[in-house]
Design a protein around this ligand. Structure first.
Ligand code: OSB
Ligand code: MG
Length: 373
């Protein structure tokens, strides 16, 4: 495969509802859309999930643009690639970190590769499921009552699992009240690293509520304290922020830092590394689910494809486009029926990027061509 051209676009989409986590509130999403073009004129698409500010991890939209422009795109334009696995396994290995930037470019090549095989992205990744089950991630609200109202609506819409964002002071009472109204719903909490081991009693109090898991309670870069915490808790710990690689996953499993892992393709450096973590976790009976980063339809399509692999056992965070955006940039939008998304069988990501809508939300763009490298 010879990549002739890469186009980076900077887009801004307003969220329908602000999204609050323990680290801050998002009102919109600014992100980089990557388009790669081969010599036969086929395009592959992906998006970077890096946020505007380094609050979830250290990457940002600007650091991603820099790493893509100055390092990753030149490597891709200079080399002929036989298979997308080579990108993270061979060509990007000497560039440290910057996983979201790497994943964005690699993801676009995966889409292109699948289209060239006339196969769905799901099938070239080894996906086996024809449909996937999804839940929702519910941000921190002004009151417990408004949280209960959102749960009621999402329950009626059919979502299969309810994740509530928590932080110190918005935790035990919240979960207690939700459990009193909904004793049986699949419920979990995500702390986005808001606690330390000093909060162990508060976290242990959550054991009373039959949660499916507690996601990333401790530091964003920790797997040691999480092992101590897991030894004290009945509730499974799920790691998100702390897992960047196959090696991180191996060490976390070995230490007993978690019983579940949330895979975000961007956080772990792309689809190839996601597959490797998938296989390792399957071997160790660690169930997976696919996390979300408030993606546009392009990132959502990639999430659907990876979730079709067999060890994505638990419902993920890939909710319908209409929960986030007035209009999405793909056609058709991602829809959820009875908590289920049909995995597309069309070539590549299986949704058509709408150039008209993409142009509408693009604030600036840059084209990189083979001839100029
Ligand atoms: O921790 O899973 C997280 C959104 C932004 C950053 C981190 C997280 C999230 C979500 C939202 O939970 C998931 C989604 O609906 O896309
Ligand atoms: Mg999380």
């Amino acid at each position: 495969m010879k990549i002739k051209q890469v186009i980076l676009r900077h887009l801004k989409l307003d969220l329908l509802h602000p999204f609050t986590t323990s680290f801050g509130t998002e009102y919109d999403r600014e992100f980089i859309l990557v388009e790669v073009k081969s010599d036969d004129g086929i395009s592959g698409w992906a998006e970077s999930v890096a946020m505007l500010d380094p609050l979830y991890n250290e990457e940002t939209v600007k650091t991603n643009w820099h790493i893509l422009e100055d390092y990753l795109i030149p490597i891709l334009l200079k080399n002929e690639i036989q298979h997308p696995d080579e990108i993270s396994e061979k060509y990007f290995t000497h560039i440290r970190g910057n996983y979201m930037a790497k994943a964005a470019l690699e993801g676009a090549v995966w889409d292109l590769y699948a289209k060239k095989q006339n196969a769905s992205l799901s099938s070239v990744l080894g996906g086996t499921k024809k449909e996937i089950e999804v839940g929702v991630s519910i941000g921190i609200q002004d009151s417990i009552d408004s949280t209960l109202e959102i749960i009621e609506t999402r329950l009626e819409e059919g979502y299969k699992r309810f994740k509530l964002k928590i932080k110190p002071g918005w935790d035990v009472e919240l979960i207690d009240k939700v459990r009193k109204v909904y004793p049986d719903i699949p419920l979990m909490a995500d702390a986005n690293s808001a606690y330390t081991l000093q909060d162990i009693d508060r976290l242990a109090a959550l054991d009373d509520f039959n949660l499916m898991m507690i996601e990333q309670p401790l530091a964003y870069n920790d797997i040691i304290d999480h092992a101590d915490l897991q030894a004290r808790l009945q509730t499974p710990i799920c790691l998100d922020e702390s897992i960047h690689s196959l090696e991180d996953a191996r060490k976390a499993i070995k230490l007993g830092s978690c019983k579940i892992i949330n895979i975000k393709v961007g956080r772990v450096g792309g689809l190839t590394q996601s597959k490797k973590i998938h296989d390792l976790c399957q071997e160790h009976q660690i169930p997976l689910w696919c996390g979300g980063m408030l993606e546009s339809g392009i990132g959502r399509a990639h999430n659907i494809a990876i979730t079709s692999l067999p060890n994505f056992i638990l419902p993920g965070d890939t909710a319908a486009s209409s929960l986030y955006w007035a209009e999405d940039i793909i056609e058709p939008e991602v829809t959820v029926e009875n908590g289920t998304i049909m995995v597309p069988s069309l070539p590549g990501i299986g949704y058509e990027p709408s150039l008209e809508k993409i142009n509408k939300y693009t604030t600036y763009s840059q084209t990189y061509s083979f001839e100029l490298v």
